[in-house]
Each structure stands twice: as C-alpha cells, then as structure tokens.
Ligand binder design. Structure first.
Ligand code: NAD
Length: 491
C-alpha cells in the first residue's frame, strides 16, 4: 500500500478517495490552492471538493510525464504488462467500492456501474495481453536493393481527456493502451466525475506504476488547462472522448503542433427494426441500447425506425418496458435508471421532447421532468415523430425513445444515414444475409446486428464522419499510441 492515508477523503461516508492532483507520483493541491465541488446528481449534495488545476499545474503534469517518458518507453513490454495485469486484479478486488463511487458522482444505477467497472478493468487485461504481442515486419523494397525493417515506437507524452458518462471505462480505454505502448500520460477527467479517475490513479499507484507515467489533472475550467497541455512542446498525442463540439476546438489547437489525435466524439445511433425481426429480441436490444446509463451513452440508440408491419407491436412492448423501469438514486439497489448528470442535461432533453411534440409527435409515456430534487427525467416514448424534429438529428443523451414508422426498405437508408454522425447503428432482422448486406450500407463505424450492445475491449470502437477519428480497443487502439518506424538497409 503506497497511498498515504492523509490523501484519502471519505466520500458520502462510504469510500475513501484521493482528491488532489496526481503529478510525478505525488498527490498535491493545485498551485493556486483552489478546489471545486463534486456533487451527487440524485440529490445535489456535495460529495467532495477536488483540486482545481490551472495552467501551471497542466505544465507541471506534462513535464512529469516527459521526465518519465524515456524510462517507461524502455521498460520491457512484459514488465509493463505485469503491471497492467495487477491493475486488472486490483480493480476487480475493489469493484464494489468503485461501482459505488461511479454511482454516487455520475448517478448511474449500481448495476450499470458494476458493468462499467468490469468493462473498464478488461482494458487493463486485454492490453496486458496485447502489449507483449506487438511485432513489426521485414520487407523487400520493390527494386530489391533494400531490406525494410518496420517496428513501432511509443508516440510520446499523451494527453487523455475523458467525459463523465463512463468515468472509469473511458479512462482505462485510453490509459491501458497508452501504457502498454510505452507512452507516458496526463489524464484530464471531466469536472462532473473526477473522483473515479483519481481512484483509478490511486489503484495504479498501488500496483507500482513508476512516478510520472500517469498524471491526473482535475479542473473546473478545462479550456485553458487542456490548451496549455496541448501547446506544450513535449506533448505528442491527444486522445479525446467527448462531444463533437469540444473535439473540433481541440483539433484546431492540436493542429498548431501537428499532434497525433484520436477522437471519440458524439453519436446519433439509429435502431432499425425490419419487418422480419424477432420483435421480442428487438425490444430486449432496444432497452439495452437506449437505457444503459439512462441513455447517456455515445452509443445510445437515439432514434428508432420500425417497419409498419411490426410498428404497433414494437411500440406497445417498448411502452410497457419503459414504464416498468425503476427510476431513482443510482446507489439504491432497486434503481434501474438514475438521474441525468445535471439540471442542464434535463433542460436539454426537455427542450428536444417539447420540440418534437410541437411538431406533431405524441409522448406515450414520460415527456415531462418531475418536480423535486435531483436531475431526473422519466423514460419517454415518442411516436409519429416527424422527420424535421430535432430529437432525430441531435444527440438526446437521455431516456427518450423517438419512434419513426417506415414502409419501404428503399426509404430506410437515406433516413438512417442522414446525419453528420457515424458512430454506431443497430439493425434487427431474422435474415442474417440481409442484415449483413444492409450493414455494409450503414455509414457508421460499428453495427449491432441483432445486438443492442457493441462495446468490447477486443473490438475497434469508433466512428466515421463527425463521430471521430481513430479507434479505441483492440490492436487498433494500441496502434494509435505508436508510430511506425522503418530502417532501410541491405545485406
Ligand atoms: P464534453 O465534450 O463536454 O467534455 C468532454 C471532456 O472535454 C471533459 O473532460 C471536459 O471537461 C473537457 N472539455 C470541455 N470543454 C472543453 C474545452 N473547451 N477545452 C478542453 N476540454 C474541454 O463531453 P461530455 O459532456 O463530458 O460527454 C458527453 C459527450 O461525449 C457526448 O457527446 C458523447 O457522445 C461523447 N462520448 C463519446 C464517446 C465515444 O467513444 N465516441 C464515449 C463517451 C462519450
């Protein structure tokens, strides 16, 4: 145990977590001494205060990562892998504490939080296994004059910026491949959920990660802090997960130093139910795709296109299932759907639902935020949603299912692909060949074919169009943190 007790602060009288910055292997307050509050979205109660970094702290963190870079890059892949494997084991040992922490600061149900911890830990194991398997190539130049020896080098200091919706998994999906590749890192978690990221850092400290390999900078005003990191001349990579809007801003800044960028951005996933679909299976999948994390997932089904022959059966089933969802504070064992992240999120969901209703949609259940404390929004099903409703074109990020009826398969693709996003699409049909044929026409990086969940550490997660650049998970996620280098020689 390397964490000294005084850095740990009890959260909600339940778990002890560090609340300072983690820089060069030490826990320390922000340079300015400022702190910001983290609150429970179910009650508004303050859970803890956390160090509020500014640009001086950002620079210190990048410099700590830079100081550790050469040592980590030359640490053997096996040693790096052993450490990641210990992190996997420890994360499982701590899974109940971590799940509760996620549930407290993010609001998601304990069941969702437990699922997230298992998913997050798996990135440590998968990259522990994958990091030692990396190999290059030996080739001949076409002229026969040269041999080409292709190998990989860590890209260097990597800035990792993560969102609040999966505070553990979005962090480990970046940390694990970066560390396996030999990169040192600065993690900037979302201001809404910094405690989980700090708990993950404490866990890596405990398994013996060398000082400076992972640094964590928490802050309430991310603009200048992230900019200072990206403009530091030792930073070589940005790995960002968040909204397309912020991603665009960061890409512009990154362009000035020609940083390598991996961008996991927003989505607008269609969920298509064809006439020959197994409606019960489609409903099971719809509930997972729509309601995991209360709809606050980039992969959340954002709009449902259902063939007219199964439309009414699907809608009836969806209403019954959505009405049965138990809404409440995430940490209550009975809760299936927690609050949204904050009141701003509730207002945005409310606005999109009102817009749809004004344009002619009907709210079959839900559709109105409840009075009282907490950032709650009820499970909502909208039918007869017109094509121009904003809810079909913008990321809802809430428990709202807008359903559109379609008649002809030919009408489907233009509707489904009519979006600037291209993260994931869901398709239900009993005819696998037809499903695969249609999947090829879907403009998205991922397709759930008769499945409502696509996330998998072994799969290349990511989007096309304005949903992002690059992939996370799988070997492709490791390659993001590596640069190919070849040596031309002859013998
Ligand atoms: P966000 O873009 O507001 O914030 C993401 C991160 O960027 C946070 O750490 C935030 O503090 C930081 N940030 C915000 N403004 C910034 C600025 N001006 N400069 C630098 N950093 C800034 O997104 P969010 O609300 O935390 O997360 C929700 C979004 O994330 C959704 O759009 C969702 O689709 C997306 N997301 C995508 C994936 C994916 O893998 N494609 C996964 C999860 C979430």
């Amino acid at each position: 145990m390397t964490i000294v007790d005084e850095v740990l602060v009890p959260v909600a009288d339940a778990i002890d977590v560090p609340t300072d910055l983690f820089v060069a292997g030490a826990w320390r307050p922000a340079d300015s001494g400022r702190r910001f509050e983290v609150s429970d979205p179910a009650t508004g109660a303050v859970l803890a205060t956390v160090a509020d970094a500014d640009t001086a702290d950002a620079v210190a963190a990048v410099e700590a990562a830079d100081a550790a870079a050469a040592g980590w890059a030359t640490t053997s892949p096996r040693s790096r892998a052993d450490l990641l494997m210990r992190a996997f084991d420890l994360m499982h040992e701590r899974s109940e504490d971590l799940a509760l922490l996620i549930s407290l600061e993010n609001g998601k149900s304990l069941a969702d939080a437990r699922g997230e911890v298992a998913y997050a830990a798996e990135f440590f194991r998968w990259y522990a296994e994958e990091g030692v398997r990396l190999r290059g190539q030996v080739g001949h130049s076409p002229s026969g004059a040269n041999r080409l020896l292709v190998g990989y080098q860590p890209v260097g200091v990597s800035v990792l910026v993560t969102p609040w919706n999966f505070p553990a998994a979005m962090a480990t999906r970046k940390i694990a491949p970066a560390l396996a590749a030999g990169c040192t890192t600065v993690l900037k978690p979302a201001a809404e959920t910094p405690l989980t990221a700090l708990a993950v850092a404490a866990l890596l400290e405990e398994v013996g990660l060398p000082h400076g390999v992972l640094n964590v900078v928490t802050c309430s005003r991310p603009g200048p802090v992230v900019e200072a990191m990206l403009r530091h001349r030792r930073t070589r990579m940005l790995s960002f997960t968040g909204s397309t809007e912020v991603g665009r801003v960061l890409l512009r800044t990154a362009a000035d130093s020609v940083l390598k960028c991996a961008m996991e951005l927003g989505g607008n996933a269609p969920f298509v139910v064809l006439a020959d679909a197994d409606v019960e299976a489609a409903l099971d999948g719809a509930m997972v795709a729509k309601m995991r994390n209360g709809g606050q997932a980039c992969t959340a089904a954002n709009r449902f296109y259902v063939h007219s022959s199964v439309h009414d059966a699907f809608v009836d089933g969806l209403i019954a299932r959505m009405a049965a969802v138990r809404v409440g504070p995430g940490p209550d064992e009975d809760t299936e759907c927690g609050p949204l992240i904050n009141d701003r999120a509730v207002s945005k969901v409310d606005l999109l639902v009102r817009d749809a209703v004004q344009r002619g949609a009907r709210a079959m259940i839900g559709g109105r935020a409840p009075e009282g404390p907490g950032s709650f929004y009820p499970p909502t099903v909208l039918v007869d949603v017109p094509a121009d409703a904003r809810v079909l074109h913008e990321e809802v990020f809430g428990p709202v299912a807008p359903v559109v009826r379609f008649e002809q398969e030919d009408d489907l693709m233009p509707m489904v692909n009519d979006t600037d996003f291209g993260l994931v699409s869901y398709l239900y049909t009993r005819d696998l060949a037809r499903g695969l044929r249609l999947a090829e026409r879907l403009e998205s990086g991922m397709v759930g074919l008769n499945r409502g969940l696509v996330s998998d550490p072994a799969a290349p997660f990511g989007g096309t169009k304005q949903s992002g650049l690059g992939r996370e998970g799988s070997t492709e996620g490791l390659l993001e943190f590596l640069e190919a280098q070849y040596v031309a020689t002859s013998w």
